[in-house]
Design a protein around this ligand. Structure first.
Ligand code: SAM
Length: 308
C-alpha cells in the first residue's frame, strides 16, 4: 500500500470504500507529508517506543508511526474506518487497531500491557506499579471537538507518557502555551503548563487536510512531567480554582471564587489569601501565574481546614 499522505491517494481510498466523512467525529485527514515528518521529529519517535495514536482515520499518520516505532496502538471510534485501516495498515505487524472511544479507553491498563511508560520516574506515581520497558509517547491529529477532554483525561489519569504531540486548532495551541496577562491565558494554559512543558512546533494551514477544515491548525508537543516541578497541597482544589477563576473572565477573583459552588471558600477567605500574597482584592485570574495559583490554592486549603 502506498503512502496516504497526499490528497489523490486519500480521496482514492475514501471513494473505493464509499466512506462518507463524518463531521461529528471531527474527520479531517492529513495530506501533508512534511507536517507528519516534522511532528514525528518533534515527538522524537524511535524504534524502541510504544505509541498510542488517538483517531487514526484511514491510517495516514499511522503508516509513518509503524515505520518509526516499536509498537503502535491506534484508537478509533468510527467502526466504518476499521475495514479501511485493516487494509491500509496490512503490511505492518506492529500495529493494533482498537475500535473504541478514547475517552472511555483504559490507557493506563493499555500502557501496562505494552510495558510502556516513563522510565525516568519508575520510582513514582503510576509508573511504580510496573517497570516500563519502553517509552510511551502519544501522537495524534486530534478530533478538535474533544481536544480539552482528551488532554485533561491524559493529565488527570496520569497516563505515564513521556510526551504528547498533537494537532489542534491554532487558537487552542495559543491557549495551551499562553503566559499570564494575555488574552489567551486561561484554565487550559494553567493545566497544560502544570502537567507539561508545551511548545508549538508549527502552524498548519487548512490545505494540509481533506476535507479542508474552516480553521487553521497547529502541532503542539508537550513533554510531560513525572512530578510537576511545583505542586499544590490539594490538586483537585487547585484545578477547581483555576476553572472557576476563568469561568467568567471579567469577574475579580474574589467574586469568581467566592461565589462558585465547586470552590469551598467564601469571599473573605479569598480576599485574605490575596492580601497575604500581596495582591489587590480586585485582581482578576488572568494576572496570576501558575505558581501564584498554586500558592492561592494552598492558602485557601489552609483557611478551609481552619474553618473545619
Ligand atoms: N489521524 C488521521 C489523520 O491525521 O489523517 C485522522 C485525524 S481526524 C482529525 C480525527 C480522528 O479521530 C477521526 O478518524 C475520528 O473518527 C477520530 N475520533 C473522533 N472522536 C474520537 C473518539 N472519541 N475516540 C477515538 N477516535 C475518535
Amino acid at each position: 500500500m502506498s503512502k496516504l499522505s497526499n490528497a489523490k491517494n486519500t480521496i482514492a481510498v475514501v471513494s473505493q470504500h464509499d466512506f462518507d466523512f463524518r463531521k461529528r467525529f471531527g474527520q479531517n485527514f492529513l495530506v501533508d507529508e512534511g507536517v507528519i515528518l516534522r511532528a514525528l521529529e518533534a515527538a522524537g519517535v524511535d524504534k524502541d517506543d510504544v505509541i498510542f495514536e488517538i483517531g487514526p482515520g484511514i491510517g495516514t499518520l499511522t503508516q509513518y508511526l509503524c515505520e518509526a516505532a516499536y509498537q503502535v496502538a491506534a484508537i478509533e471510534i468510527d467502526r466504518k474506518l476499521i475495514p479501511i485501516l485493516e487494509e491500509t495498515l496490512q503490511q505492518y505487524d506492529n500495529v493494533r487497531i482498537i475500535n473504541q472511544d478514547v475517552l472511555k479507553t483504559d490507557l493506563l491498563g493499555l500502557a501496562r500491557e505494552y510495558e510502556a511508560g516513563r522510565p525516568q520516574d519508575e520510582a513514582t506515581g503510576a509508573a511504580r506499579r510496573y517497570v516500563p520497558k519502553h517509552d510511551l509517547k502519544i501522537v495524534a491529529n486530534l478530533p478538535y471537538y474533544i481536544t480539552t477532554p482528551i488532554l485533561m483525561g491524559l493529565f488527570r489519569q496520569k497516563v505515564p507518557a513521556r510526551s504528547v504531540t498533537v494537532m489542534v486548532q491554532k487558537e487552542v495551541a495559543e491557549r495551551m502555551t499562553a503566559r499570564a496577562g494575555g488574552k489567551d491565558y486561561g484554565s487550559l494554559s494553567i493545566a497544560v503548563q502544570y502537567y507539561s512543558r508545551p511548545r508549538i512546533v508549527e502552524i498548519v494551514p487548512p490545505e494540509s487536510f481533506v476535507p479542508r477544515p474552516k480553521v487553521t491548525s497547529a502541532v503542539v508537543t508537550m513533554e510531560l512531567y513525572g512530578e510537576p516541578p511545583v505542586k499544590p497541597v490539594d490538586e483537585e482544589l487547585f484545578i477547581a480554582i483555576t476553572r472557576a477563576a476563568f469561568e467568567q473572565r471579567r469577574k475579580t477573583l474574589v467574586n469568581a471564587l467566592g461565589s462558585n459552588s465547586s470552590v469551598p471558600c467564601g469571599k473573605d477567605s479569598v480576599r485574605q489569601a490575596l492580601e497575604k500574597m500581596g495582591l489587590s482584592p480586585s485582581v482578576r485570574g488572568e494576572a496570576l501565574s501558575l505558581e501564584e495559583f498554586i500558592k492561592l490554592s494552598d492558602l485557601l486549603k489552609g483557611s478551609e481546614q481552619e474553618q473545619a
